[in-house]
Structures are given as C-alpha cells and as structure tokens.
Design a protein around this ligand. Structure first.
Ligand code: S3P
Length: 168
C-alpha cells in the first residue's frame, strides 16, 4: 500500500518533532510540524492561542492545517498530541504512533517544555489525559514505534518498514 504522507501521533513530549525531523532527512522527504505552522501563521505561541482564543479555536486551526497539508504528498507530518483526538486525518496517511510511557515523558520534559504546553499544567491531570488518549492513538495507528528507547535505537525499525513496504 502506498500512502500519501506519514503522520506522527502521540502524547505531548513523546518526541514526534525530533523523530520526524530525523526521519525526513534520512528518507529525503519534507518535514512539517503542525504546531510550528500554526504558531507561524497566527504569530503567537500555542500557549498564547489557548489563552486568548481558547482550546476550541486552536482545535479548528489544527483541523484546517492538517487538511491543507494533506492536499500535498510525500511529507512527514508531526502533530500535536490532541490532533488525532479532535481532528480527522486524511485516509491515505500512514499513521505512526510514537509510543512512550507517561513517566518517561515526565522525566524528559523540562519545566520550560511543560510550560509551553497548556494541557501539561499539572502532573495528575496530564497523567489522566495520557490514560484517556492512549487507546485512541493505538486504534488509529498503522504502526507503532517504541520511543521509550533513544531515537537512534528505534529509528532504523521505522525506516526499514517504510522502505520495505514502499510506503511513500
Ligand atoms: C496538545 C499538544 C501540544 C500542542 C497543544 C495541545 C495536546 O503539542 O498541540 O499544547 O492537546 O496534547 P505536542 O504534542 O507537540 O506537545
């Protein structure tokens, strides 16, 4: 099966942007990060958008952004953790779940990184959100990578799969 794009999903801080950038470079494709595109278009950070216009407005921007992006092909697209919960993703996308445990994310994210994320305000509610969402991530994805390990350890598994299956 050939897909139009590869879409990376997973909880906040699981490493979607980092792995997406490296993957795109390795297989020579364009990398797109939805949060970064929204921030650029709006001229403000995700946290500011949540604060001034609210989460619902941000979700509508996410849906529009992924719709626009998936009109093109051959891209690696990194999504925000809530995008697959609230938005639909074009059918001909290979959805890859960047899977980690909550405690791994907690250890990895600095206070600064947490502050950028309005839904990571406090640990118990972020943990509850994680538990609510993992089922959706699992159900939606065609392929999962175990991102509990370092990117170097798991990246080749994904690259081999993409090349073997002639995904893009
Ligand atoms: C969100 C995740 C964030 C960002 C926003 C909301 C979420 O992106 O889109 O803060 O609902 O999980 P990352 O997954 O890149 O942190």
């Amino acid at each position: 099966m050939v897909y139009d794009n590869i879409v990376l999903i997973g909880f906040m801080g699981c490493g979607k942007t980092s792995v997406g950038k490296i993957l795109a470079r390795q297989i020579n494709k364009n990398f797109k990060d939805i949060d970064q595109i929204i921030e650029k278009e709006q001229g403000s950070s995700v946290a500011e958008i949540f604060l001034s216009k609210g989460e619902e407005y941000f979700r509508s921007l996410e849906q529009k952004c992924i719709n626009d992006l998936t009109k093109n092909t051959g891209q690696i697209i990194s999504t925000g953790g809530g995008l697959p919960i609230y938005s639909s993703i074009a059918e001909k996308s290979l959805i890859v779940y960047v899977e980690t445990e909550f405690d791994v994310i907690l250890n990895r994210l600095s206070a600064k990184e947490r502050n950028k994320r309005p839904l990571f305000n406090d640990e118990p509610s972020a943990r509850a959100l994680f538990n609510e969402r993992i089922g959706v991530y699992k159900d939606l994805s065609h392929f999962s990578i175990d991102a509990t390990q370092s990117i170097q350890t798991y990246l080749h598994v994904l690259v081999d799969y993409i090349l073997d299956q002639r995904i893009l």
